[in-house]
Design a binder for this molecule. Structure first.
Ligand code: PHE
Length: 339
């Protein structure tokens, strides 16, 4: 045998491997050349009887044969298997039912927030943001809340340490915004709030508010009433009624609480509004000059209004939800009704 014969054999082997139509045929090629009684082991044994001058070259060719045939066999095996998989794929059946994909929907709380952002955007408000973990300064002191005010009590506030707490209201965002920029200011701030409330049908230790703040040179209580009423009509429908009742907050003076007429019973009385025909939304008022002083705004030069809104309360009357807890259970059967 000559070195060139080995080259010729290699060419033949590679052709056979590349043309093998089935896995069995391919295996036969492998056995024929590389098997224990195959042609290659024969060649290897024959090397020692060869002309010493040709032996190194013949050895190299033999190794190349082994290597390249191995590669070609692997490539061909993969191709045969892929073709087999394709052939076994079930033919398309247009009558089978489609795959059902569980598709989520916007949570009612998110829907109310998004709608409120849209409505206030139309009045020139932008969205501001603050942290859930607040300082005592932002949540209480700067908002003119006296040191002995009951809302600071451990019974109402989740304190993390002496100075840090989970915000009990979105009002601290008012402070953060005013500390950071000069009037005019017109922002709303939706976000989570936390209070040590015992959970029942209308209370939750974790709820959402939307804060509003408008500061400029001539802002009046009439602006506050007009804007909240406009909001209520956009959110609930043109026939909603809004009522303002005198109240007290340390950070507004004068202060009000305000209610929307119940969207479910149109004021007649139902379970959602607890038969009163009204739902308390939250508080509002004219920014207390002491708050302006705390953030470095000149109290003689500026006036402003601020309001809070209970998002869950709005969602409850808007969608007729009788129990606030339904909003947190994440039962899909409940949530998919709002998609
Ligand atoms: N922060 C008050 C509350 O949570 C609501 C409020 C906001 C009142 C802004 C007045 C002005 O009850």
């Amino acid at each position: 045998m000559k070195a060139n014969d080995i080259q010729e054999l290699k060419r033949q082997a590679l052709d056979e491997a590349a043309a093998a139509p089935t896995a069995d045929a391919l295996e036969a090629v492998r056995v024929k050349y590389l098997g224990r009684k195959g042609l290659l082991p024969d060649i290897m044994t024959g090397l020692k009887d060869m002309d010493p001058a040709e032996r190194p070259l013949a050895g190299r060719y033999a190794n190349e044969l082994k290597q390249e045939l191995g590669d070609t066999l692997a490539v061909r095996r993969e191709a045969i298997e892929a073709a087999g998989r394709a052939a076994h794929r079930a033919p398309f059946d247009g009558t089978l039912p489609g795959n059902w994909r569980a598709c989520g929907s916007r949570h009612p709380v998110s829907q109310v927030i998004e709608e409120a952002v849209r409505i206030f955007h139309g009045l020139g408000f932008t969205v501001a943001d603050g942290p859930d973990l607040e300082t005592e300064w932002h949540n209480f002191d700067a908002l003119n809340t006296p040191a002995d005010h009951p809302s600071r009590d451990v019974q109402d506030t989740f304190w993390l340490n002496d100075k840090t707490l989970l915000r009990t209201q979105t009002s601290p965002v008012q402070i953060r915004v005013m500390e950071g920029r000069r009037p005019p200011v017109r922002i709303i701030a939706p976000g989570r709030c936390y209070r040590r409330d015992t959970t029942d049908a209308t209370h939750s230790a974790n709820f959402h508010q939307i804060e509003g703040l408008y500061v400029d040179r001539q802002v009046s209580m009439a602006d506050l009433k007009g804007d909240i009423t406009h909001f209520a009509r956009e959110m609930m429908g043109a026939d909603v009624k809004v009522r303002f009742r005198p109240h007290f907050f340390p950070f507004t003076e004068p202060s009000v609480e305000y209610d929307f007429s119940c969207h479910m019973c149109k004021g007649a009385g139902c379970r959602v509004c607890k038969q009163s025909g009204w739902i308390e939304i939250s508080g509002a008022g004219m920014v207390n000059p002491r708050v302006f002083a705390n953030v470095g705004y000149e109290p003689e030069a500026f006036t402003g209004y601020a309001f809070g809104m209970g998002v869950e309360r709005i969602a409850m009357i808007k969608f007729g939800i009788e129990d606030i807890r339904l909003l947190y259970e994440n039962d899909v059967r409940f949530l998919e009704q709002f998609s």
